[in-house]
Write a protein that binds this ligand. Structure first.
Ligand SMILES: [Zn+2]
Length: 87
């Protein structure tokens, strides 16, 4: 099994992956998230690019609400709502 990637290599792979997030499948997103976790890499802003429940990448057509300094986005596929603070 090939599991000798350095943290830096994995970070690079993750960054490349997220550049093209809209063409990725939920299965692949789940995998890359696991990979990031295994290397203790924080996804930070990248977490806002996909649904945390079903791992579908946001298309930009979702309903976005802003309330009390928080932004929420509703997944078109599963209806799960992601929330985060607006910086
Ligand atoms: Zn979802």
């Amino acid at each position: 099994m090939k599991n000798k990637q350095s943290k830096k290599e994995v970070e690079k792979e993750i960054n490349e992956f997220f550049k093209n997030i809209k063409n990725k499948t939920p299965k692949k997103i789940k995998k890359i998230k696991k990979l990031a976790m295994s290397k203790n890499i924080a996804l930070k802003e990248k977490r806002k690019l996909f649904c945390k429940k079903c791992f579908t990448p946001y298309s930009g057509k979702e309903k976005v609400r802003i309330k009390n300094g928080k932004k929420s986005i509703e997944c078109l596929k599963c209806g799960g709502v992601g929330r985060w603070k607006i910086n």
